[in-house]
Design a protein around this ligand. Structure first.
Ligand code: FAD
Length: 420
């Protein structure tokens, strides 16, 4: 069994059970496999998590840095294993003998970018748009559904990988439509209406082969305002369908749609200020993977990407470790500010919202906008009034008219808003 990863740094921890008597755990931050049948087993995801890998008797792994097969660095908590897998910069194949399981924790490599295919996905001049419409949706397959928030997060958010087999190509910043199974209660006999979801992966998908798309979906739950109790009969149809889906389930998708959040790539040195609340981070995960994770021949980003993410508390942070990795590897090109409304206070002693962070850095943000920066807003509709009020107040303090500035930003195509 050959697994080819695109990691240059890997640490294998073998805490228990490697003798085959019990299952060991594997922590994966980012991997890609040449052997397709393995990808659903080892889900791609930004958060370290435990997965169990079943092998028959031997796993033969080849680790790949860029395009060559070599191991750059490995460390073992369980000393007895290190002699088996020697640290070495030369390409080599490694054979790990286990009886039934192997346990490892993988780390995203520093500055090592992942090879992506097929590069034809860079070619089309026209944005892919509405290749599948509600009357004739594409039937895709769920690869994985994973809760990506911690236990203290209010509500649940899942990262969902969908296999479209390369048939529904899209660009970063676009959305897919999903038609949940069942009947539309408002139109008996007709299917449900389409729900849109921002795509959270690059055009190459989390599988880096252009065959999957990932969504970041918050489960919509209904609480009765009088009793405060959850009423499952009024739970959101599509978000619950997606968050409850199992690998192999079919999902009807439409699209891709949307042009407003496309990443302008004409200037690789441009500044992109990305503002998100909750699942609004989805398109930015795609942008940032394209900028910092993937080796895309015709897009060598060397500008500034600045992410402001507002969520309730640290357990609600989405893709935090992936973003923290960029901060470590690309400190000159990436900034990341979080606003945790239920954990932090703003300077007036109130809850810390994303607009409070914008205010804190308003001088810098206004200068960047004056120099042509793009600014993006994505998330719940309710985020915009507070942000607009803050921007207006800051503009006035600077002796500028916000209305004029906004008109200019829109005219220059620097202003990108997708709220729902
Ligand atoms: P629905 O079934 O449509 O219900 C909507 C809401 O009404 C729910 O909160 C539900 O609990 C409540 N409700 C149901 N029945 C009743 C009742 N009888 N009385 C009162 N309330 C009731 N969402 C994401 O999670 N991630 C994304 O990346 C994302 N991207 C989007 C991008 C765009 C461009 C747009 C427009 C929307 C996006 N959305 C995203 C939102 C998404 O499209 C859905 O609106 C959301 O998932 C809720 O759909 P649902 O089918 O689960 O809920």
């Amino acid at each position: 069994m050959a697994l080819s990863t695109t990691l240059s740094q890997m640490s294998i921890a073998l805490p228990t059970g490697i003798d085959g008597s019990s299952r060991s755990m594997i922590k994966v931050q980012s991997m890609s496999f040449t052997e397709k049948s393995w990808s659903p087993l080892l889900k791609l995801d930004s958060k370290p998590r435990s997965l169990t890998v079943k092998t028959r008797s031997t796993i033969c792994m080849s680790l790949q840095q860029a395009s060559r097969t070599k191991v750059q660095s490995m460390s073992f908590t369980e000393k007895s294993w290190s002699p088996l897998l020697k640290l070495d910069s030369k390409p080599r194949s490694l054979t790990v003998k286990t009886r039934s399981t192997i346990c490892m924790s993988l780390q995203q490599a520093s500055r090592t970018k992942v090879a992506v295919t097929p590069l034809e996905l860079e070619d089309p001049k026209e944005t892919p748009l509405n290749l599948y419409r509600p009357k004739e949706p594409y039937t895709a397959t769920i690869v994985s559904v994973e809760r990506i928030v911690g236990p203290q997060a209010p509500g649940e958010t899942c990262h969902i990988v969908i296999d479209h087999d390369g048939n529904v190509p899209y660009w970063e910043g676009q959305s897919y439509g999903v038609i949940p199974p069942g009947e539309n209660p408002k139109k008996p006999g007709a299917p449900h209406n389409v729900r849109l979801y921002s795509i959270a992966s690059t055009r190459y998908g989390d599988s880096f082969d252009g065959k999957t798309a990932s969504l970041c979906v918050r489960r919509a739950i209904y609480y009765d305002p009088e009793t405060g109790k959850e009423d499952p009969s009024k739970a959101g149809v599509c978000s619950n369908f997606l968050c409850n889906a199992k690998p192999g389930d079919k999902v009807k998708i439409t699209g891709p749609s949307g042009k407003v959040m496309l990443l302008p790539e004409d200037d690789p040195k441009a500044t992109h200020i990305m503002i998100a609340t909750g699942t609004g981070v989805a398109p930015y995960r795609g942008y940032l993977r394209r900028m910092f994770m993937e080796n895309v021949p015709n897009f060598k980003f060397d500008g500034l990407a600045w992410l402001f993410l507002g969520v309730a508390n640290s357990d609600s942070l989405l893709y935090d470790e992936e973003f923290a990795g960029y901060l470590k590897d690309y400190p000159e090109n990436f900034k990341y500010d979080k606003a945790l409304s239920r954990e932090e206070k703003n300077k007036k002693g109130g809850k810390m919202y994303v607009q409070d962070k914008i205010e804190e850095y308003s001088d810098e943000i206004f200068k960047l906008l004056d120099n042509g920066a793009h600014i993006y807003f994505c998330g719940l509709k309710g985020m915009m009034p507070g942000i607009q009020d803050t921007l207006k107040r800051v503009a006035e303090e600077r002796g500028e008219s916000w209305e004029q500035k906004l008109t200019q930003l829109r005219k220059n195509k620097q202003w990108h808003v997708e709220v729902y």
